[in-house]
Write a protein that binds this ligand. Structure first.
Ligand code: AR6
Length: 192
């Protein structure tokens, strides 16, 4: 199947070095022609609102059928399914933490989501992946903090896997989210 690499969608202000290929765009993740998209799901994996609802609507009912066979997913973990009517090749379902004030391991769980989703990409030979802003909608995680944890985790992943050949796109759904991830990405590129 023809694939559009996420790199092709990189805006002029996107950041990329050979070993650290990350860009932030404003987009509906269900429209992206990448290898994998990540779903911000819940523990049941049986659908919901937000990006989860959008992904299930765009994929069609067969996605829910496959999700039923997975018997849920723990917070911070990630599971792969087919993409059905979506333009991508696979969907990685991960479950972000519900924000409870920050003292309940939320940061660690969110980092686990990003790390486990990236590891699944590499294990399945993916070259491109798009992430939504996990946990910052219904689950209430503050977006600035989520962005900084996410970009730190991606940077650490690329440091450990410099030859992974993975292109990572953050698909932000609104300007505020996009700006938060852009700032967090800059922090990783030019730490103060
Ligand atoms: N493309 C990209 N981002 C989107 C899209 C889209 N089509 N739609 C929404 N977003 P949320 P959570 C953004 O609430 O906080 C569900 O009911 C949204 O604006 O989808 O992890 C699940 O079943 C926000 O910036 O996920 C769970 O029960 C971001 O995606 C619960 O919500 C995440 O918002 C998970 O909550």
């Amino acid at each position: 199947m023809e694939q559009t690499n996420a790199g092709d969608m990189r805006p002029p202000n996107g950041a990329a070095t050979q070993d650290f290929d990350v860009s932030v765009i404003k987009a509906d993740i269900t429209k992206l022609n990448v290898d994998m998209i990540v779903n911000a799901a819940n523990n049941t994996l049986l659908g919901g609102g937000g990006v989860d609802g959008a992904i299930h609507r765009a994929a069609g009912p067969k996605l829910l059928e496959e999700c039923r066979t997975l018997h849920g997913c723990k917070t911070g973990e990630a599971k792969l399914t087919g993409a059905y009517d979506l333009p991508c090749r696979g969907v990685i379902h991960t479950v972000g933490p519900v924000w409870r004030g920050g003292g309940s391991g939320e940061a660690e769980s969110l980092a686990d989501c990003w790390q486990n989703a990236l590891a699944l990409c590499v294990a399945n030979g993916a070259h491109s992946v798009a992430f939504p802003s996990i946990s910052t909608g219904v689950f209430g995680f503050p977006v600035e903090l989520a962005a900084s944890i996410a970009m730190e985790t991606v940077a650490a992943f690329f440091r450990r896997n410099p030859q992974c050949g993975l292109s990572v796109t953050v698909a932000a759904f609104d300007e505020r989210t996009k700006a938060a991830y852009e700032r967090a990405l800059q922090q990783q590129l030019q730490p103060e």
